[in-house]
Design a protein around this ligand. Structure first.
Ligand code: SAM
Length: 291
């Protein structure tokens, strides 16, 4: 019986066998700590009937753990050089399918309908390439995939920004963009030493439980996010200033003040103190007044 892929010894052996060299441009930092991988998979709460979708399997360290805990795993890997390696390392797991593609270009809905049963419990679990963390997460969330949740290892600082609450310095448009779709929390932080090669930044595991219903009623989802982006335009400026400068124009100051007073929000506050409900009230009130 082979040792687990994630052990430092086996990882080294696989890399040497194929003469594999890491591509920094693809965010290739592989995990070599079995305990950390187990903790990531624990967060996903898979059952033997669950399906798992992985992004960037590398040489298969996390994929193997997922395969042991689920009915089926589908993994998207962009690097052609890893495909024959994965065919070798994951050969004991016939219920794993590797798709050679860029997840950002993939039709994930289509893949889900081809690979999984309708209504099957599905989780996305990944150690994401850090250079494209936010685009990948936003794609998965905005496409409203039929998945229960997302568990991903990402840069610690980004995980903190995503899970931040109003009033904290990490809170911003990324927190709201993600929290509109999911309940977010950081599950564990992970030292650099568990990766080869060692990245420059610390990492954390982010847990996202997808919402079945949006948390706020909106007249326009896209306008809500425009108001949010404008409100965080210059973090040290007041809400009134940011809305004037970045969205509605100085000539609309009386209308902005009227809306602020109607919604009970003080224009001297900063964007970072507003809750999602307050942004929803503001954006609906402005939207109603649009031409
Ligand atoms: N899962 C492995 C692990 O934990 O050891 C490797 C994780 S490594 C941080 C990120 C992986 O994502 C690499 O295998 C890289 O080639 C792959 N990758 C990078 N960009 C990608 C993309 N756009 N679509 C799919 N895979 C990608």
């Amino acid at each position: 019986m082979n040792k687990e892929i994630s052990t430092p010894f086996r990882t080294k052996e696989i890399l040497a066998k194929y003469g594999f060299t890491f591509k920094k441009s693809l965010g290739q930092n592989f995990l070599i700590d079995s305990n950390v991988l187990t903790k990531i998979v624990d967060q996903a709460e898979l059952t033997p009937e669950s399906g798992a979708i992985e992004i960037g399997p590398g040489i298969g360290a996390l994929t193997e753990k997922l395969a042991k805990r689920s009915k089926k795993v589908v993994a998207f890997e962009i690097d052609q050089r890893l495909i024959p390696i994965l065919e070798d390392t994951l050969s004991p797991y016939p219920h794993v399918t590797i798709r050679h593609s860029d997840v950002l270009a993939a039709d994930v809905h289509q893949v889900i309908s081809e690979e999984f049963d309708e209504g099957q419990d599905l989780m996305v679990v990944a150690n994401l390439p850090y250079y494209v963390t936010t685009p990948i997460l936003m794609k998965l969330l905005e496409e409203k995939l039929p998945v229960r949740g997302i568990v991903v290892m990402i840069q610690k600082e980004v995980a903190e920004r995503i899970a931040a609450k109003p009033g904290s310095k990490e809170y911003g448009s990324l927190s709201l963009a993600v929290q509109y779709h999911a309940i977010a929390r950081t599950a564990l932080t992970v030292p650099k030493t568990v990766f080869v090669p060692k990245p420059n930044v610390d990492s954390a595991v982010l847990h996202l439980e997808l919402r079945e219903e949006p948390p706020v009623d909106l007249m326009s989802e896209s306008y809500f996010f425009e108001v949010i982006r404008a409100s965080f335009g210059q973090r040290r400026k007041t809400l009134l200033n940011n809305l004037q400068n970045n969205l509605l124009g100085k000539e609309n100051k009386p209308m902005i003040e009227e809306v602020l007073s109607e919604t009970g929000i003080d224009g001297k506050r900063r964007g970072e103190t507003l809750s999602m409900e307050e942004f929803a009230a503001l954006s609906n009130a402005f939207y109603k007044r649009k031409d």
